[in-house]
Design a protein around this ligand. Structure first.
Ligand code: ZN
Length: 493
């Protein structure tokens, strides 16, 4: 029996467990047994030809099994196998630690003068030998770009402004939503509906009027990325989606800017500093994105509100060190943080000589179409659609309920969503179980399916259709539409 550690993104496919005891004398035998036990997990770990996918990797204790005997690596009783994102290089703390480096040259430091008010404001920095007046001038001279003013961007921009970073750029075209306030602490209740960039600018100006805030209320894209990034000294990645993350990486590599990376998922965070001139880039770590739908967004998967606060502060800390030129930057190091276990781990990253953008034979020399690269366009081309005749509106459903029709309405959301809000008279069968439990349903009678917005129920409809059900209806707009049009007493989430 080996103990297999499952990353959070895959826990939904392993029956909810992040640790499983699986039999097998070799890595391959353990993985095969794991896949046999959890067929849903299998397609995320292995390609159709049975190869372990590029974005997953297996460690035995602290050793990368690729550096051992691969699948043939023997596994002793009670040994730990961790399934972790594919990384180039070994695991374990980096020794010796990377040397300090500053992105602000001395001539720019010397040009930045501090007023008496600023000297008083920053006095706790000025009496720190590692910062002192020269470091504070470097901070004033620095131009830092934050991609996103959301969960990560909020805390890090607050601290950068407070620390006296002279110019802070913010790229965000989104508006503040009530559901953002649980973690995006730069915005307040009064800001709901405003542009995030405007709301962030106002908060930052209040914290420190000496900071020059440059807002870009446009979607960060291949068309504008070079123009936006070129005048900044460093970039902080506070994005929440893969296309923008790869775009941020590539533009930083092409313009030779350090990219202070952070990402969050439920209770887990990651942070690093990608700087192709001095170490690996994001593509060295993740050569390809996970297929769409594998890693849910915060909106789909949830996130502990304080987690982006912790990871964003780590990013702010790294940015400030890169400006000051003190300490050991997170270059070539991936920091993993688990908030539930309160554990930090550090993985060693190496530059991948075959990296398509920073390796020796580069295949990417300009920005590409990132939606397409991440498979999102392809996914949209084949969305979970249903025929118009298979849709039912909430008004129609309500009218039929009021007429006393005996209806089978199946809610395909998760139990924790059902606990927040439900439509009366519905039955819960989560999407993941719908095929398995289709025997509980009468294929001959009409079945109405619903979820939060109508997407998952469309998926459920197509899955049941494939099982021979043909009297199916999808509730358009899901329980959200029900709350909007029928009963505002049903909470939206
Ligand atoms: Zn690279």
């Amino acid at each position: 029996m080996a103990r297999v550690l499952i990353p959070t993104a895959l826990v939904q496919f392993s029956g909810g467990s992040d640790e499983l005891d699986v039999a097998g004398a070799t890595v391959k035998a353990v993985l095969d047994n794991l896949a046999a036990q959890y067929p849903e997990l299998k397609k995320h770990l292995f390609s159709d030809s049975g190869e372990l996918r590029h974005f997953v990797n297996v460690y035995k204790g602290s050793e990368d099994t690729r550096a051992l005997q691969g699948g043939d690596t023997p596994v002793e009783e009670d040994e730990e196998l961790s399934i972790v994102p594919s990384i180039a290089g070994g695991v374990g703390a980096v020794r010796p630690l990377p040397e300090p480096v500053s992105v602000i040259p001395e001539y720019r430091r010397d040009e930045a003068e501090l007023s008496n008010e600023e000297i008083l404001r920053y006095s706790r920095h000025l009496i720190l030998p590692e910062v002192n007046i020269e470091g504070q001038r470097r901070l004033k001279a620095a131009k830092v770009l934050c991609i996103g003013a959301g969960g990560l961007g909020s805390p890090l921009a607050l601290y950068l402004a407070a620390a006296g970073v002279g110019t802070i750029g913010i790229v965000d075209f989104d508006t503040v939503d009530l559901t953002n306030l649980q973690r995006q602490i730069i915005h307040g209740t009064k800001d709901v509906g405003r542009l995030k960039m405007e709301s962030a600018r106002e908060t930052l100006r209040d914290i420190n009027p000496h900071v020059n805030i440059i807002g870009f209320d446009e979607q960060f894209s291949s068309e504008n990325a070079m123009r936006i990034v070129k005048d900044f000294d460093l970039v902080i990645d506070g994005t929440d989606n893969f296309p923008t993350r790869y775009l941020t990486n590539d533009v930083c590599v092409l313009l030779n800017k350090p990219n202070v990376y952070g990402s969050i998922f439920r209770f887990e965070g990651q942070a690093s500093v990608f700087w192709a001139e001095k170490g690996p880039c994001y593509r060295c770590l993740y050569p390809e994105p996970p297929p769409p739908g594998l890693v849910p967004s915060c909106a789909e998967g949830g996130v502990l509100g304080v987690l982006p606060g912790i990871v964003g502060c780590i990013q702010a800390n790294e940015a400030i060190k890169l400006i000051l030129g003190v300490g050991n930057p997170l270059i070539g190091r991936l920091l993993l943080f688990n908030a539930l276990k309160m554990q930090f781990r550090e993985l060693k990253l190496q530059k991948d000589p075959n990296c398509p953008i920073c390796g020796t034979n580069r295949t990417i020399t300009e920005l590409i179409d990132y939606e397409e690269f991440c498979g999102i366009r392809g996914e949209e081309a084949a969305p979970q659609t249903v025929e118009e005749s298979e849709e039912i509106t909430v008004r129609e459903l309500k009218a039929r309920m009021d007429r006393g029709e005996k209806l089978t309405v199946i809610d395909v959301r998760e139990p924790y969503e059902y606990a927040i809000a439900r439509i009366p008279g519905t039955r819960l069968i989560p999407l993941g179980q719908i095929v398995e439990r289709s025997g509980e349903l009468d294929a001959g009678s009409e079945i109405i399916l619903h979820c939060r917005s109508g997407k998952r129920s469309a998926d459920a409809l197509n899955r049941l259709k494939a099982k021979g059900f043909n009297r199916l209806k999808n509730l358009t707009g899901g329980i959200t539409a029900w709350s909007d049009e029928i009963d505002s007493g049903v909470p939206k989430y």
